[in-house]
Write a protein that binds this ligand. Structure first.
Ligand code: ACO
Length: 402
């Protein structure tokens, strides 16, 4: 707490909390994290159980409605999502405005924001029905847009959704089917990716979710808010970390080079950090990282990838770091991003798509949080304070006299 009356031009008392390490910005009943115990619950359900027994759309229903669906509710929800998978044909032309080598996250930020220009009805945030339709549209169209961003990047024609496939299989189909060849979705890979989506679906008030809430607090439409979330997620300290972790593992190359990277990470004068290690909230193991590690092994086994140098390096790096005093003392454990990069790479996704997949999965969390905020009667525009440390009042000096 800072007494700002002693500072120039300011009155009163407020908390100064850079990085919001101890300031709650909202009440929420969506996701619970116990960072010390390594617990993550969506609406009370442990992430381990959801990943093991549920599917991604069931998780979406849970996050949006607060309860798991029964059979009829699930069938209806799946059907309604599948009805919204197409995007307007003009959206396909909108893609042509991007350079082909544009980062797919740049493309996603633009395209998702542009949805507000296509669905004017869903921009009426005062109508609960429209809020739910906007939610469905976003959940349903994200895989289509993500696959389009991928296809555009590699110069292949867009593949339309095939709605008889389930959500994640449909996404794989849109990414990997080509007009001249038969493509059959591998069910083991589809299930693994579905699990990855469940793990990423929400994580309470992280940077991108807080961005979505802050943008939404002004009454901005949901597509604009999700675009803001995507832009924030792109940063390497957040969603870009799996991309950065994989790059780091490739750079390390072989397990014998690990000690020099550990030494770099510990060196106070070197800005290098072990990517995929550490978390603002988890000061014990990230529960998602455990599931991710298992999923990674399942995918590599299914694809017949043995002796993968990246995986060998990752396992050894984890082993060394977990026994190193520096990492123990600072409670730095592998986070979800540590193994997700290896898994997604094995599935055939280029590194630039990793954060896009994260955004695809996180969209439902963002939108559930946005809806919760809009529906909160105590909701006010987000307006953080600042501690002004600049110059005191002074008079303008003409340029000739400076
Ligand atoms: N490697 C080496 N040292 C680290 C690392 C790391 N990955 N992470 C934190 N530290 C050290 C810091 O240097 C700092 O040391 P100090 O106390 O001597 O100054 C101490 O641990 C605390 O670090 P902070 O940056 O203050 O912790 P914060 O909670 O702000 O940061 C973060 C968390 C951003 C995740 C950080 O651990 C990091 O940069 N990790 C690497 C990037 C990463 O993997 N991000 C993914 C996060 S998960 C997600 O977004 C899904």
């Amino acid at each position: 707490v800072v007494d700002i009356s002693k500072l120039y031009g300011q009155t009163g008392v407020f908390t100064y909390d850079p990085g919001f390490t101890s300031t709650a910005s909202c009440e929420s009943s969506i996701t619970y994290i116990d960072g010390d115990e390594g617990v993550l619950l969506y609406r009370g359900y442990p992430i381990e159980q959801l990943a093991e027994h549920g599917d991604f759309l069931e998780t979406c229903y849970l996050l949006l409605y607060g309860e798991l669906p029964n059979k009829a509710q699930k069938a209806d929800f799946d059907y309604r999502v599948s009805r919204h998978t197409m995007v307007h044909e003009q959206m396909a032309r909108f893609f042509q405005g991007f350079r082909r080598d544009a980062h797919p996250m740049a493309v996603m930020t633009g395209c998702v924001g542009a949805l507000s220009a296509f669905y004017h009805d869903s921009t009426d945030i005062s109508d609960p029905t429209q809020r739910m339709i906007a939610s469905m549209r976003l959940v349903a169209k994200m895989p289509t847009l993500a696959a389009m961003a991928y296809k555009y990047n590699i110069g292949q024609p867009f593949v339309y959704p095939k709605n008889e496939l389930d959500y994640t299989a449909n996404f794989l189909h849109m990414c990997y089917a080509v007009p001249c060849e038969e493509y059959k979705v591998n069910p083991v890979l589809a299930r693994a990716l579905d699990k990855i989506f469940i793990l990423h679906a929400d994580h309470e008030q992280n940077a991108s979710t807080s961005t979505v809430r802050l943008a939404g607090s002004s009454g901005a439409n949901p597509f604009a808010c999700i675009a803001a979330g995507i832009a924030c997620l792109w940063g390497p300290a957040h969603g870009g970390a799996n991309e950065a972790a994989l790059k780091m593992l490739s750079e390390i190359g072989t397990p014998d080079r690990i000690p020099q990277y550990i030494a770099k990470a510990k060196d106070k004068n070197d800005p290098f950090r072990l990517m995929g290690f550490g978390h603002r909230v988890y000061k014990n193991y990230d529960p998602r990282a455990k599931i991710m590690q298992k999923t990674c092994h399942e995918v590599l086994r299914e694809l017949g990838i043995k002796d993968d140098p990246l995986l060998e390096t990752a396992v050894e790096l984890e082993r060394i770091a977990l026994h190193d005093d520096y990492f123990i003392e600072k409670k730095l454990y592998p986070n979800i991003d540590f193994y997700s990069g290896i898994t997604l790479k094995a599935m055939g996704f280029p590194v630039s798509m990793f954060t896009v997949l994260f955004a695809l999965a996180r969209t439902v969390g963002w939108i559930a949080q946005w809806k919760e905020m809009i529906e909160d009667p105590g909701q006010r525009i987000g307006r953080p304070r600042q501690l002004y440390i600049g110059a005191e009042r002074r008079d303008f000096v003409p340029i000739t006299e400076r």
